[in-house]
Design a protein around this ligand. Sequence first.
Ligand code: HEC
Length: 133
Amino acid sequence: MYKKTFMRVLKGFVVMSTLISPVVALGAGNIELGKKVFNRCKACHSIKPGKHKIGPSLHGVFGRVAGSAPGFRRYRGLKSANWKWNKTTLNEYLTDPKVYVRKNNNKRRSGMVLKLKKKRDRQNIIEYLKLLK
Ligand code: HEC
């Protein structure tokens, strides 16, 4: 009797949590929330191809070699970088660009300092960046 009720409640929880958090469970980001995070990048980055500000255009950045946005000549920390931007490299870079660049590109000094401390913010912005093709 009690067991049945308990099982029912348990099942309820399972159904509820799968409904609420399919995205969270997969560890993938949310594009709409990523767009909001991008408000913190806008001052320096455009998403239009070839339109550069203080930082390079982020159009097509996902999957591209770091430091290679066509026409952007003010790379500092990312100059001559030899890695591609994917989920892993972007996640690490956006956690702390200064540390990432020093570690991975011959102790260069990063031209970007903004850090995204929250993992969710990083996951969401990465999902958004993927779209910019
Ligand atoms: C104050 C200006 C500034 C802000 C704000 C800023 N960036 Fe940057 N970003 C730069 C600069 C400058 C570079 C080039 C860095 C270098 O060469 O060391 C860069 C480089 C990058 C790159 C690598 C681009 C490439 O072509 O390899 C990515 C990805 C990036 N930024 C993402 C972001 C995201 C996402 C945000 C917002 C959460 C953000 N940036 C906020 C200035 C900024």
